[in-house]
Design a protein around this ligand. Sequence first.
Ligand SMILES: [Zn+2]
Ligand SMILES: [Zn+2]
Length: 243
Amino acid sequence: MWQKIFPTFSQSFRLLSQSPCVICDNTGQGVLCKTCRQTIKKPKYSCRVCGQLLIGQSTDNRCRECIKSPPAYESLHYIGTYDEVLSTLIIRAKVGKQLSAVIALQLLVDDFTDNHKQWGQTFADYHLLPMPIPRSRLMQRGFNLPLLLAKRLSVQLNLPIIPQHSITLPFFVDKQAKLNRQQRQKNEHIYRINHQLPKKMLMIDDVVTTGTTIGQLAKRLRREKVTDLSVWAVARGHHSNCR
Ligand SMILES: [Zn+2]
Ligand SMILES: [Zn+2]
């Protein structure tokens, strides 16, 4: 469905190489200028499991929540903190359906894989799983941003993508955005697994904030005998009271 809305990457790239920067409107450097790229940051210390910000180094580099109740996935990897540049790009891509923002995110995927060659090798025998979204939202939006990101990662890392019909999300209780943290944690997604899944999977998402949604899917996948499970996201939201 997304192909009807978005042209191929090479078509878009040609189309947009002369476009101004999505963030600051600077011209001459494509959809994301060098200055804006350089403002994307990661915390110096972060939890080696969930990626959450750590205030200083700890003995085993895990946050309190991961020590108390480890998530069902092994590790979470991401490009940068969910702050000005990444949040603007993701919202403009997802909500505004702005093609230049999608292209900018795909360029960041390329940067990430180019700069983390060894990281890519760790997942050489994994399958990519774009986070499923409810059918109703897919109809409304017309595309699934995690799938567009997974397609780019798939090209860069030469990894297969798990077909979308393998895991579906027929029910969605309420809009997550309107709920507070506690309500969100109770608001369980009911995933339906329609096909046998590979043993090693890398879940792909645009942004991970509380981690509740990926945590729920990870738990569900473990029941399907998935043995190795990690997460890759463009951005990670941080709360400053974490240690
Ligand atoms: Zn810029
Ligand atoms: Zn953690």
